[in-house]
Ligand binder design. Sequence first.
Ligand SMILES: [Zn+2]
Length: 99
Amino acid sequence: MGIIVKNIFHFLKGCWAIIRGRSLPDEECQELRELASAYLELDLSPDIKEQLDRHLKLCQGCSGFIESLHRTLDLLRGMPKETAPAEIRQNILRQIKQK
Ligand SMILES: [Zn+2]
C-alpha cells in the first residue's frame, strides 16, 4: 500500500512539474526575481506590477521568494542605523577602489 501511495505521489509531482513548466516559463520567474526589490518598493509601472501579481498567484516558488525578501527588508528597516567607525569605512572604500 505504501509503495502505491508513494508512486502516485511521484506521478502527481511529475505532472505538476510539467503543468507548471508549461504555464510558467522560467524566464518569467527570472524576470520577477530581477524586479523583486522594485516590486516591494512599489517602484514599478502598474502594467508590470499587475503582470508580476499574476505570476505570484500561480508560482509558489516566486511568492515564497517575495515573501522572504519582504521579511528581510522589514527586518533591515527595523534595525537602528549605525555608522561604521571611520577606520573601517576607509578600509572598505580602499578595497572597493582596488578592484
Ligand atoms: Zn515564478
